[in-house]
Design a protein around this ligand. Sequence first.
Ligand SMILES: O=C(O)c1cc(=O)[nH]c(=O)n1[C@@H]1O[C@H](COP(=O)(O)O)[C@@H](O)[C@H]1O
Length: 232
Amino acid sequence: MKSSPLIFVALDYPDAQSAWPLVRQLDPQLCGVKVGKELFTSAGPQFVRELVERGFRVFLDLKFHDIPTTVAKAVKAAAELGVYMVNVHAAGGRRMLEAARAALAEREQRPLLIAVTVLTSMTADDLHELGLNVTPAEQVSRLARLTKSAGLDGVVCSAQEAEMLQEQCGNDFVLVTPGIRPAGSEQGDQKRVMTPEQAARQGIQYLVIGRPITQASSPAEALQQIQASLTA
Ligand SMILES: O=C(O)c1cc(=O)[nH]c(=O)n1[C@@H]1O[C@H](COP(=O)(O)O)[C@@H](O)[C@H]1O
């Protein structure tokens, strides 16, 4: 039987004050937390340090995408915060990915280094508009193979692409999947979605879930329900 994935709760709140009520109800042994662009821009590295001090596995989701030197330094700064996982955009290309990997190489304890393939909010039409005449799955596959050959730990993709990537990149390659939507919940801007139960059956290591938890009337209960559904 495949082991249950770890859920990273996306703390997509405007500031630390709004995030704390949920964080205080979470058990760091039972879930991770994701700090993205909105919260990091307002609450900064100190908030991340506090989460790490409380024992949380923190996914610092800043999706670095820049010239190799800049991304390498940004990834190193993230590692110094003690985060569990950090991400970059695979579209930054091989040299950028390798520079990010090299920046962590000497560290005894380093975060998982993950590359975003095709955002889960994107469709084939979005890719075509960018001049990419491929399906999201084809582009995810291409970027995941690049990421693996550059020595990174894994990718962010949609759960819909998990089976394909496990075949192409092996089961040790880490898959992180946002776009998770419990049956009946609002899809919002996500396009390539899957329910948590289906995603768990794929053997994905990490699920990222935001609004279905944070917008629920009781976020902590919503998380518990999802977790219970994964082991049912
Ligand atoms: O890297 C990410 O975390 C990410 C990549 C991606 O392709 N799609 C995606 O939704 N995310 C993040 O995952 C979270 C999903 O949140 P919800 O759509 O509210 O569940 C957001 O914080 C996004 O920034």
